[in-house]
Design a protein around this ligand. Structure first.
Ligand SMILES: Cc1ncc(COP(=O)(O)O)c(C=O)c1O
Length: 377
């Protein structure tokens, strides 16, 4: 169990910020790293060719450690949508084949698949699960020999519904389907092991549970797709790109591994040092310890939420770090703004109240939440 890490963040004592599913705050150390990084561009004569490579390469190593994957399988992307569109463009689907997804999963992970189905004569099938029910059995039942691609999250962004990715992987192997993941609501908070899950592609937007700056992310790519087509035809992803003086003389060949999928201007001098600082802190804490801590605290918090009349997704059906609660009928429309007036911050998505604390929270925050809910619900 980890103790509260509030001192590492810029959070006032009177603020109970319980909304990681929306946007994490940045640690002081991350802000300092970003400030130092942005100064390089203020004085471009201090910017070395190494700056175009070193932080990117370090970020891939650190993220690889976090998800148990070699750095050569990681690409740097600006968003989940960028990574998931890359995936959709590099997987084949035949007419009549199906793409299986969860109903109401995040749009960055549905639009590319809807387009793919339209353009190939395939079907985009959304598996519906009622709030509180288990997602994995419903998905397993939907995956059959007609399935070409399974495109799911580890944890649903609205209710926190949990998908057992090892079970899904096994079923994909049985029917020969590709597996594409959006791990934006889970990576960094619960243990993710790509050696075991073996996704074809997995995208993460970093600004939530990864505690990183906005507009940064990663795409994991299985070696089977190392020869695919990137969204952009960049220059820095080619063999010999370090040789700035004669780039036009270089061969068109991409550098090996997943590098070809790196975004244009991937060497973000301001943001990448912040990403690396956040990843280093996550690794220092250890994802298993983060998961255990959030799981234990959320179990206690759920009991208290039940006592004030909320129904939460049962622990066995939700991500350990993520509480989705059903609002009682007749809950006031202005609940979130009233909570915000009391400096308690949550979000509602598709009627599900998301309560997503992290290591910066302490007992005082939970007391403040329960006290406010008691009066407002
Ligand atoms: C599950 C999930 N994926 C992705 C995103 C963000 O997507 P993008 O990086 O494409 O803006 C969010 C944001 O709420 C999300 O909840």
């Amino acid at each position: 169990m980890l103790s509260s890490q509030k001192q590492l963040f810029d959070i006032l004592d009177e603020v109970a910020y319980l909304n990681t599913a929306y946007m994490s705050p940045l640690m002081h150390s991350v802000v300092a790293a970003v400030e130092e990084g942005v100064r390089l561009k203020a004085r471009p004569w201090t910017l070395k060719i190494d700056h175009f490579f070193d932080d990117v390469e370090a970020a891939k190593v650190l993220f690889g450690e976090l998800v148990n994957a070699p750095a050569e399988r990681i690409a740097v992307v600006p968003s989940a949508s960028y990574g998931l569109s890359t995936a959709a463009n590099n997987l084949s689907l035949s007419a009549g084949q199906r793409i299986i997804a969860l109903r109401h999963q995040f749009p960055s992970h549905t639009y590319p698949w809807k387009r793919k189905a339209r353009e190939t004569g395939g079907d985009f099938v959304e598996v519906d699960i009622a709030q509180g029910q288990a997602a994995t059995p419903a998905l397993l039942e939907a995956i059959d020999t007609r399935t070409g691609i399974v495109a799911v999250p580890n944890v649903l962004w609205t209710t926190g519904a949990y998908v057992d990715l090892l079970a899904i992987r096994k079923r994909c192997d049985e029917v020969g389907a590709a597996l594409v993941l959006d791990l934006t609501q889970s990576a960094g908070a619960i243990v993710t092991d790509f050696q075991k899950i073996r996704p074809d592609f997995a995208a993460v937007a970093n600004y939530k549970w990864m505690l990183c700056p906005y507009s940064t992310g990663f795409l994991y790519v299985d070696p089977a797709h190392f020869d695919g087509r990137p969204l952009e035809e960049g220059w820095v992803t080619r063999e010999g790109a370090r040789n700035f003086a004669s780039l036009t003389e270089n061969p068109e060949t991409y550098a090996p591994g997943a590098i070809r999928y790196d975004m244009g201007e991937r060497a973000n001098f301001a943001l990448l040092p912040g990403v690396n600082r956040a990843l280093t802190q996550l690794l220092d804490w250890g994802v298993q310890s983060i998961e255990n801590t959030l799981a234990a605290r959320n179990a206690v918090l759920c009991e208290r939420l039940h006592a004030v009349g909320l129904t939460t997704v049962p622990a066995e059906n939700r991500g350990a770090h993520f509480i989705g609660a059903e609002l009682p009928k007749g809950t006031r429309e202005d609940l979130l703004s009233e909570l915000a007036k009391e400096n308690v911050f949550l979000s509602i998505r598709n009627g599900s109240l998301r309560i997503t604390p992290h290591l910066w929270n302490d007992d005082q925050d939970f007391d403040r939440l329960i006290d406010a809910l008691q009066r407002l619900i």
